[in-house]
Ligand binder design. Sequence first.
Ligand SMILES: NC(=O)c1ccc[n+]([C@@H]2O[C@H](COP(=O)([O-])OP(=O)(O)OC[C@H]3O[C@@H](n4cnc5c(N)ncnc54)[C@H](OP(=O)(O)O)[C@@H]3O)[C@@H](O)[C@H]2O)c1
Length: 264
Amino acid sequence: MDMDIGVIGIGRMGRAIIKGFISGGIDPKKIYVYDVSPMAIESIRGMGVNICSSNIEVVRSSNLVILAVKPSQVRGVAEDISRYVDGKIVISIAAFIQLKMLEKILSGARIYRVMPNIGVEVNTGFIAITPPSAMDSNIDRLFRLLGEVVWVDEDVLDLLTLMSASTPALIAEIADALILASLKAGIPYDIAKKATAHVLQGVGKLLLYRDTSSIRDSVITPRGTTIELIERIYTEEAKSRLLSALIKTIEKYLELLEKYKSGS
Ligand SMILES: NC(=O)c1ccc[n+]([C@@H]2O[C@H](COP(=O)([O-])OP(=O)(O)OC[C@H]3O[C@@H](n4cnc5c(N)ncnc54)[C@H](OP(=O)(O)O)[C@@H]3O)[C@@H](O)[C@H]2O)c1
C-alpha cells in the first residue's frame, strides 16, 4: 500500500492506530504525525514515525490524513488545514462530528468518518467506516490492518460510537469483576488475569459463528454450578440492571448527538 499517512493528534486513539498500523506492516517512515502536546510527541518518539512541526506539515507530507483530536478540537484543526487538503483523503475518527460539517470546511478533500475501538492497538479492533457510497478499496485495506471493517451509513456509525467504541470500557469493568472474584477464590493474580483475557477472547471468537444462548447452554450442566451462577444473574437482576444502564446511556447519547447534528 503506497500511501503516506498523516495523523493529527496522537493521544490515546491516535497512538493506538499508529501502533496497529506499524504492527500490521506499515513502514513507520510512511507515517507523519503532529500533536500540540510535547508529552504526546515524546510518547511516540521511539516508534520511528516522522514527527512534524505543524498540522499543515502533516497534511503537506501525506495523501491520507487522520484527524484524531477531541470532537471539540476538530473544527479548529479542519479550518487550519483546509487550504492544503485539495485532492487528499481526510478521515475523522471523532465522535459526533458529522460528514456535512467536515465537507463544508474541507471542500477540496475526499472525506470519510472512521469509528475505531481500542482493539486497533492489537490489530483486533472493530472499525466502522462511512459513507459506504464512496467505498474505497485502499482505505478498506488500510483499516483492515487494524481489525474487522464494516462500511455503514453515518447514522449507524454514530450508534456504533457508543456500542463498539465505548463498550471496551464496560467489558474491562466486567473483566475486573471476574478477576476480583478469582482472587477472592484464591487464584493468583497473573493466572486470574490471563484466564479472564482468554475467556473473553474465546467467547468473542465463538460469537462470530454461534449465538449467545448456544454458548451458554454448552457450559451449563443440570443442577451444576454454572446454572446456579446464571440463575443469580437473573434473580439478583444483574442482567436487567446492566441492560437498563445501557439503555439510559443510549438515550443520553442520542440527545447529545442531536445537539451536535443541529449545530453542524
Ligand atoms: N479513546 C477511544 O477509545 C476512542 C474511540 C473511538 C474514537 N475516538 C475519537 O478519537 C479522538 C481522539 O480521542 P482520544 O481519546 O485519543 O483523545 P486524546 O487522548 O485527548 O487525544 C487527542 C490529542 O490531540 C491533541 N490536540 C489537541 N488539539 C490539537 C491540535 N490543534 N493539533 C494537534 N493535536 C491536537 C491533544 O493534546 P491536548 O491534550 O494538549 O489537548 C491530545 O494529545 C476523539 O475525537 C474521539 O472521539 C476515541
